[in-house]
Design a binder for this molecule. Structure first.
Ligand SMILES: [Zn+2]
Length: 105
């Protein structure tokens, strides 16, 4: 992974805000769409922040072949403990399944 894990974790923590209501980490940096996923530069790649967060804080390596599902339902959330890594088939089944709530705008 380009960039050290420590550097990336600092960027993620520095650009997100803890919401006391749900413990979501609301990404305050650039977004893919108005309400959608956060994005950030990792080396020369523009990547989805929630995937990078999962890798940095939980897996320690780049995730391949798995989808990251938000169990809080908030696409802008980058709290790696609000996510689970699923296969494509599992992810399709998981659509609309949010174990944490409430889902926020
Ligand atoms: Zn969340």
């Amino acid at each position: 992974m380009a960039g050290s894990l420590q550097d990336l974790s600092g960027v993620i923590l520095g650009r997100s805000k803890l919401l006391e209501e749900t413990f979501c980490w609301r990404w305050t940096g650039a977004r893919v769409g108005k309400k959608a996923y956060g994005k950030m530069w990792v080396g020369k790649r523009n990547r989805l922040v929630h995937r990078v967060a999962y890798e940095v804080f939980r897996d320690g390596k780049e995730i391949r072949g798995r989808q990251i599902h938000h169990i809080c339902g908030n696409q802008w959330c980058v709290n790696p403990w609000h996510m689970e890594a699923l296969t494509q088939a599992e992810h399709v089944k998981a659509q609309g399944r949010w174990e944490l709530g409430p889902k926020l705008e």
